[in-house]
Design a protein around this ligand. Structure first.
Ligand code: ZN
Length: 189
């Protein structure tokens, strides 16, 4: 089932998330719904707060970007992926800049600097512990979604100068002036 996506200005995107305690039919249904929502919006990642939830959980699907001619993409774990109670335990010193967008902030893309590679420990959807080293696009998406679990958005990581340029658009969005070609839950003060 596709869930509406909460947008910039909605308090849920700034709330602290809680660790998932254990498996349940509700958890599995939430994961299914988040997958449907991500796919329905042609996204490559989605975190629980974006669908109005507070579980420490996000989903990633880089499947559409797997390219037989790009060996890096062939090394990605099987897609899609589910990250429950994730923890980034190591980060490379090298940072790279890459353009990011967010389903909660439609039509806005900005360059964000992040560590190029990370190590992340998490539970998969069967609640088995996994540990991966991710680089490139996978590291990028994981860090973006991981931020959501701490109430952080990618526009918090751009320069004050760039943010000033976007101030009007962000203000409009936070007042509910926002559209997308997927369902939105516009709940702003
Ligand atoms: Zn996002």
């Amino acid at each position: 089932m596709i869930l509406p996506v909460h947008t910039y200005g909605d308090a849920i995107l700034r709330e602290e998330t809680k660790e998932v305690g254990g498996d349940s039919p509700e958890l599995q249904e939430l994961i299914n719904n988040m997958m449907d929502t991500m796919h329905g919006a042609a996204g490559i990642g989605l975190a629980a707060p974006q669908v109005g939830r507070t579980e420490r959980l996000f989903v990633v699907d880089l499947g559409p970007l797997v390219d037989e001619e790009d060996p890096e993409t062939l090394e990605w774990p099987e897609q899609p992926m589910v990250f429950i109670n994730p923890e980034i335990t190591e980060e490379s010193d090298d940072e790279i800049e890459f353009e990011e967008g967010c389903l909660s902030i439609p039509d806005l893309r900005e360059y964000v600097a992040r560590p190029e590679a990370i190590k992340v420990v998490y539970l998969d959807r069967t609640l088995r512990r996994q540990e991966i080293v991710a680089g490139d696009m996978l590291a990028r998406v994981i860090q973006h979604e991981y931020d959501h679990l701490d109430g952080v958005l990618f526009i918090d990581r751009i320069s004050a100068f760039r943010r000033r340029l976007l101030r009007r658009r962000l203000k409009d969005m936070s007042e509910g002036l926002v559209e997308a070609d997927y369902p939105l839950a516009i709940d702003v003060a």
